[in-house]
Design a protein around this ligand. Sequence first.
Ligand SMILES: [Mg+2]
Length: 227
Amino acid sequence: MKYDAVIFDLFGTLVDIFSLEEYRVFLNDLCAVLGVAPAGYIKLWDETADERALGRVPVAEQMGTLCRELGVAVSTAQLERAVEVRVDFVRGALEPRADAVETLTRLKAAGHKIGVISDCSEEVVRAWPDTPLAPLVDEAVLSAAVGMRKPDPRVYYLACERLGVAPAKCLYVGDGGSRELSGAAAVGMEAVLIRAPEDQGDDAFRRDAEEWEGAKVSALKEILTLV
Ligand SMILES: [Mg+2]
């Protein structure tokens, strides 16, 4: 067995990345609930993405703050409803890719530990345990829960520590957001880029996707041939 563990990114890897269009619809729904004009809100929302990814402030509180900055008073009921809109969006976005469950099942059956490292907000932390992927994953390191994100070396070391494996015995698989592949390689993992042919990359969260010269696959099931 070449690798003791396979560690996956989540969005764009185990689940589809959501498109800019889907994200725009979601943000407009959110703004309608909050009673704010989308243009101003989305600007502030984008500027505060780091705080959400690092879990620095509860999202409901942050949404209230952003609304106040725009001169809009929101009720607790509106904020609760807005959180529901966010959780619903995230639950929909966590639908596994067609070959994800089978690939993870086969990797586990072959004796590999399975990890996930995701840069995500608190809704993913809440929704994760109910996904079909969660029972197949030994350790999920979610940025909003641990207060660190890729490509911070500590986030990879934390995954290894929890999995009880050495970085050199890990294969890291991701679509290249957050400079995650060079981050994984920097701590001694093997890293492989996944890019499905139908994945055109018009996403909101691959803005800093890297130019990767290393190994590439186009479907999760190809990982089975690399381990
Ligand atoms: Mg990704």
